[in-house]
Design a protein around this ligand. Structure first.
Ligand code: DP6
Length: 325
């Protein structure tokens, strides 16, 4: 077995994946119930090495982890081996994450994508990007999109069929920026997997979400291909707010937002009122990500920085797809 290192950037969904096909078989394959559309970010992601060891071990950012986070990685290695028909040998997995883990900045997207690439190669297999995305999806559905640079889509699985991510535009296809406003340093209380399953099981609004997501997806996809920031931005905000509404109507309810999250949304709406094209999204955490043209980055950063509770802002361009190091 070879020692292989891979890198994947994280990605942020414009049109949100939120919900899985239910049933034991479908859940085991982690099939999304809705389609999603994302931008891969530059210079924020995960570097992972997979190599042979005398027993399974997982190190993240220099610390050896045990329990569920490590077991999730080892189960994924089992899956890789069965997918590529390799003999399962014990491995050491060493990951370094430049994405804050589990704080709603999509750390599982880059983590499972880099792991899928490093592990398949370490076990001697070479998958096409599409097939790699199918494998990464089984670790975390958002990870399927990180295989590709630029902008990617992951379709919904309607009848339990396999779904693979695909590139919509490459990293040079549209020059936009995503400004991330960090509003906490804490780990999130409800992980996305737990949150989407809880809303699917209990939220009054989940059926409406499932009935309506395709409108934003189709509009967003067309607008992305047309490089139409206004139309894409409006579809993105609707997809974001509809997703978060499912959490508010769950029993018991929960919210990923803090006060600064909401103040950032108002700041973005105020920017638009004064003529700046800026649109927000938020994931399973309280950070706010704002899509805008490169020329408007400074205005957007200034508006977000002025919001009490915003700790820092970071600006990202469309980034490249996963690669071997
Ligand atoms: C809100 O991909 O983390 O970021 O498939 O259960 O691992 P699992 O979920 P995950 O969910 C991401 C949810 C989201 C929206 C998105 O990235 O599309």
């Amino acid at each position: 077995m070879k020692s292989v290192t891979a890198y994947a950037n994280t990605n942020i969904a414009f049109i949100k994946y939120w919900g899985k096909l239910q049933g034991e078989k479908n859940l085991a394959r982690n099939l999304p119930a809705v389609g999603s559309l994302s931008m891969t970010l530059d210079d924020i992601g995960t570097t992972t090495t997979v190599e042979e060891n005398d027993r399974d071990a997982f190190m993240l950012n220099g610390e050896t982890l045990s329990g569920e986070p490590a077991d999730k990685v080892f189960r994924f290695i089992d899956r890789v081996c069965s997918e590529v028909s390799a003999k399962r040998a014990p491995v050491r997995v060493i990951s370094t994450n430049s994405v804050p883990t589990a704080a709603g900045l999509a750390s599982s997207a880059s983590a499972f994508c880099a792991l899928a690439l490093a592990a398949t190669r370490a076990f001697g297999a070479e998958l096409s990007p599409a097939a790699l995305s199918g494998l990464a999806r089984q670790g975390s559905a958002s990870a399927a999109r990180s295989v590709f640079g630029g902008f990617a889509e992951l379709p919904a699985s309607v009848g339990g069929e396999e779904v693979l991510a695909a590139q919509v535009l490459d990293e040079n296809g549209w020059d936009v920026r995503l400004v991330v406003a960090k509003t906490t340093t804490k780990e999130k209380a409800v992980h996305s997997r737990q949150g989407m399953q809880h809303t699917a099981a209990t939220s009054t609004y989940y059926p409406a979400w499932i009935a309506d997501w395709r409108r934003d997806f189709d509009t967003g996809r067309k607008a992305l291909l047309a490089r139409d920031l206004t139309t894409l931005g409006e579809a993105m905000e609707h997809s974001t707010l509809a997703m978060h509404a499912t959490t508010l109507a769950a029993r018991p309810p929960f919210a990923y937002w803090n006060g600064a999250t909401i103040d950032c949304m108002h700041a973005v709406w105020a920017l638009r009122q004064s003529g700046t094209q800026a649109y927000f999204t938020a994931d399973a955490g309280p950070h706010v990500k704002v899509l805008c043209a490169p020329a408007d980055v400074e205005k957007v950063r200034a508006a977000l920085t002025a919001v009490p509770g915003v700790l820092a802002t970071l600006t990202h361009k469309p980034g490249t797809g996963a690669r071997l190091l």
